[in-house]
Design a protein around this ligand. Structure first.
Ligand code: SF4
Ligand code: SF4
Length: 183
C-alpha cells in the first residue's frame, strides 16, 4: 500500500502515486496495528520507508487503489479516474465485501464532489454494487443514485455532527486534534 509504487519493471521506477500517501494514512491496516486516520509509522519523505524490505506487509505489497490499478493495467479507466491528490479521495473494489470503498481526505472533504468520482460512483450503484464512503470519521453506505446525489449535494457529515452525532470511528478525533495524541 501507499508510497511511490513502481511501474512493473525493476529499474523503471515510475511513480503513479507521486506524493500521495492516502492509503498509508486513512484506512485501518491490521498487519501494522494501524488504526484509521493515523499515519503509518513507516512513512518517510511521502513514501514507504520499508519499500522492498521483508517487513513490509503483504497487504501493502498487493494493494493498489483504483487509480493505480487502472494505470498499471493500462485499462480505459485510466483516463477517467482522477489522481487521488487531485480528487481529494481514493477508492478501490473490495472483492470480499463486494463493495466499492471510497476514502475522503478529511482536510479537503468537498474536493471529490467536483471531480469525476461522483459520476464513477453513480455507475457503481447503478450496477448494483454497494458503495461505502468513509468521510471524517463517519461511514455511509450508499445503494442507490438518489442517496449518492444527496451526499454530493449536502454535507452530511457536517449535518450529522451539527445534530450531535459522534463519528463512527473515534480515532478520527486524533486527526482533528493531533496534539492530543498520546501514543
Ligand atoms: S491511494 Fe492510490 S495513488 Fe495514493 S498512495 Fe495509495 S495506491 Fe498510491
Ligand atoms: S508499510 Fe509502507 S506501504 Fe505499508 S502503510 Fe506503511 S508506509 Fe504505506
Amino acid at each position: 500500500m501507499g508510497q511511490a509504487k513502481q511501474k512493473k519493471q525493476a529499474g523503471a521506477r515510475i511513480s503513479w502515486c507521486r506524493t500521495c500517501t492516502y492509503c498509508c494514512v486513512l484506512p485501518k491496516i491490521v498487519a501494522l496495528d494501524k488504526p484509521m486516520y493515523r499515519r503509518c509509522k513507516h512513512i518517510e519523505n511521502q513514501g514507504c520507508g520499508i519499500f522492498g524490505q521483508p517487513e513490509r506487509p503483504s497487504a501493502c505489497i498487493s494493494y493498489n487503489c483504483a487509480y493505480l490499478s487502472a494505470r498499471l493495467a493500462e485499462s480505459p479507466d485510466r483516463n477517467r479516474i482522477p489522481h487521488p491528490l487531485e480528487a481529494g479521495a481514493y477508492f478501490h473494489r473490495d472483492p470480499i465485501e463486494k463493495a466499492v470503498v471510497l476514502f475522503v481526505d478529511p482536510d479537503r472533504p468537498d474536493l471529490w464532489k467536483a471531480s469525476a468520482i461522483p459520476d464513477l460512483m453513480r455507475n457503481v450503484v447503478r450496477g448494483r454494487e454497494t458503495l461505502v464512503i468513509f468521510d471524517r470519521g463517519h461511514q455511509m453506505t450508499v445503494t442507490n443514485v438518489e442517496q449518492l446525489d444527496a451526499i454530493v449535494t449536502r454535507d452530511f457529515v457536517a449535518f450529522a455532527e451539527g445534530q450531535g452525532r459522534q463519528p463512527d470511528f473515534p480515532e478520527f478525533r486524533e486527526w482533528a486534534q493531533p496534539d492530543t495524541e498520546t501514543t
